[in-house]
Ligand binder design. Sequence first.
Ligand code: NAD
Length: 451
Amino acid sequence: MINPATGVVFARCPAAGKAQLEYAIAVARRAAADWSSKPIEERAALIKRMAAVLRENQDSLAELLTREQGKPVSQSRDEINRAGTQSEGMASIPIPVEILVDNAERRIELHYRPLGVVGIITPWNAPINLAVGPLVAALYTGNTVVLKPSPYTPLCTLKLGELLRDVFPSGVVNILAGGDELGQWMTEAQGIDKISFTGSVATGKKVMASAAQTLKRVTLELGGNDAAIVLDDVDPKAVASKLFFASFVNSGQVCMAIKRIYAHERIYDALCEALAAEARKAQVGDGLDPKTQYGPIQNKMQYERVLGILEDTKRSGARILAGGELPARPGYFIPPTIVANIDEHSRLVREEQFGPIVPVLKFRDVDDAVRRANDTRYGLAGSVWSHDPERAAAIAARLEVGTAWVNQHRTTSATVPFGGAKESGMGRQYSILGLKENMEPLVISVLKQAM
Ligand code: NAD
């Protein structure tokens, strides 16, 4: 494993083969009967115990997370803490039997039962949070799990597995590290009933095609190209610091980061200047240094991809207002970069950059801004910013996304559904909607007639 802040190998990690996957699936299937028959309160109590274990081990897990992923250690701590809070929140959501009809003649009840074994496949940008969310949803609803982290960031997920051995009964949680092929085998396996996948659109499509062979259920949490629309009545300085953080946190490697900013022409220049000022004062460095606010790109492949987009942006004649120059140090560093006057058809606007370069585009007419924000196959999230939240909310309702925020971006919680419209995904996570994705509806229809 390579520390992205230094470019140096700091650990080695095993990769599971097909036989180990088959063993893990068999173990998970065997454990499923016992686990699913436990009262939901008992499963919730163990999940809450898991949240406590995460917090007890927050410091050591956070250091490992920063070493392998790159983010500042304070944000690694937040990620672990948040995973705990989300777990407790999800494991407190009631899953009642729904009574659809109840009259003198008949009673029709809607129950939900677990699917069996859920396969979870995660990406490298937030390995703990993106593992724990689907893990808790699957476990709370009575499934057992086989989980595979990204080959770029397997270490803290394996560590999590080690910690969970003392929390859950044997066979309930199975974590295997491995390459992309391990993920593919999971999608093909007969013994896995559902795949919860978080990753890129391209891989999400492969997962869905492969899962079709066994009609596995899928939840797909995929990429985004979120637009923020900034109206003419904002205070540019006040908005800039919020937009900046929501764009550049984790150096832009967040599915629901702001990836395009549409600013009204009246505040365009002032907003660009305020964003550039934020970029110039950003502390970029090794995440283990407590002063660091923005770490490196997580891996070489993504670093080179983002550099390619930066080169394309420079060649196109767009204006780089801040950043854009690489620091003379090892590691995969690109400083926060603000780009103005860029063509709408450039790579930086059309593609998901998933890195610290953000374009600021000008609009005059709100209808035009909404049209341009929606002119993409992505549909994860978006936001509208205004002095008048109700004016912004009416515009937010026109965004073709799973979540449209007003005067904020990137806030989620255990009881609020999250997921993508269009090619940003399928299904939802969190909330009762997310839990139901891990269960099969079962209708019990009773004719009240003695036979
Ligand atoms: P990726 O698609 O390359 O890999 C994700 C996971 O899929 C890895 O574990 C990988 O080993 C596995 N995989 C690769 N090929 C596979 C196959 N054929 N079958 C099954 N599994 C396979 O994504 P990434 O580069 O690790 O992550 C970045 C992407 O994830 C970005 O697009 C980002 O927006 C997205 N993301 C989405 C969310 C969300 O909630 N919507 C959250 C975080 C990240």
